[in-house]
Write a protein of this length. Structure first.
Length: 315
């Protein structure tokens, strides 16, 4: 069984001091330039409520965030259609309040929590993480939320729990894409328990200091920055501890293209796209591509979890 650490993870536990200091310098400069508004009041979209976002300097990144307009208008959310513009066009019809998330499976204490209860589990943090899609586009986003481990600890997994399965909403009334058989619905993803408990794995409630827009996975999504974007399931309704490795929606339709692990790996090409380089969204089709980094730049924090695995086999 995975051993839960109760001690908070310090930056020095995760990243070497020099890298951490360099990243921290970048964030301080970016804050000074007004690129990022850390610890700014968090204004919910269309609501009176506001709350504060804790400054997070644990995983700063040496790239400026992508312009917000690209992040909310160029999306993959197949429940609303296959086009990149479809989610922004059609996801507005999804009702996100009330919203309940079930946390169950191999646990001592299954729970059903609404978004308010989840939000109160920990102070919200703004973390700038990269996301890279297997289709070779990438982005840098100030996500708002906290480590998924905070939520997972609430339910006390049993000794049988080895993986975590994520299920997202499938609402036929508002999701036109569910008519298509391109994926298995409801959309499902999975992580090994150590990956799910890793402090970088984030439960996201907002971006750019605001509540998540529907097209980005309101009211609650996953963000696993060292894995391809498809691991970051949107609009979560159920999180289950399980004994067997879950079959994700992508594995079910194309196992030869989408493996369970999906770690960003420039050395292992996808059958249809090279994974050696990427294009930052919003940079224009003629912009120079940049080299993709192993584990999307988070190798120092996460590579140890795969040290005994052949990553060509476990892609
Ligand atoms: N979650 C659901 N429920 N449905 C989806 O189609 N697409 C995935 C992931 N999460 C998807 C999903 C894929 S392929 C990517 S690349 C990311 O969401 C995209 O996240 P973004 O639109 O916020 O950039």
């Amino acid at each position: 069984m995975y051993k839960f650490k109760s001690k908070p993870v310090l930056p020095s536990d995760i990243t070497s001091e020099s890298v951490w200091l360099a990243r921290r310098r970048y964030v301080q400069q970016a804050v000074a330039l007004g690129l990022i508004s850390m610890a700014a009041p968090y204004q919910a979209w269309g609501q009176e409520r506001s709350w504060s976002v804790e400054e997070n300097t644990r995983w700063p990144i040496d790239e400026p965030p992508t312009a917000e307009k690209h992040i909310v208008n160029y999306n993959n959310f197949y429940e609303f259609g296959l086009g990149k513009e479809d989610p922004a066009l059609y996801a507005g019809s999804m009702r996100t309040d009330p919203w309940v998330v079930r946390i169950d499976g191999e646990v001592e204490r299954p729970l059903e929590l609404d978004i308010e209860q989840i939000r109160k589990l920990a102070p919200l943090e703004e973390r700038i993480y990269r996301l890279r899609c297997v289709e070779a586009w990438s982005m840098v986003v100030p996500w708002v939320g906290f480590s998924l481990s905070v939520l997972l600890r609430q339910v006390q997994p049993t000794s049988k729990a080895k993986y975590v399965r994520f299920e997202t909403v499938a609402d036929h009334a508002s999701m036109r894409g569910l008519q298509s058989r391109v994926l298995q619905w409801p959309y499902a993803e999975g992580l090994r328990i150590d990956e799910a408990m890793h402090p970088l794995t984030m439960l996201v409630l907002g971006l750019y200091g605001k509540e998540l827009p529907n097209q980005n996975g309101a009211p609650l999504r996953l963000m696993v920055p060292w894995k391809y974007g498809f691991k970051s399931a949107k609009s979560l309704v159920r999180i289950s501890f399980v004994e067997e490795q879950p079959v994700s929606s992508w594995m079910a339709v194309a196992p030869q293209e989408y493996g369970f692990f999906a770690n960003v790996n420039p050395d292992v090409a996808h059958p249809r796209w090279s994974q050696a380089s990427e294009r930052k969204i919003g940079s224009g089709i003629f912009a120079a591509r940049q080299a993709t980094l192993p584990f999307n730049g988070y190798a120092e924090d996460v590579a140890h979890m795969y040290s005994s695995m052949d990553l060509r086999r476990y892609y």
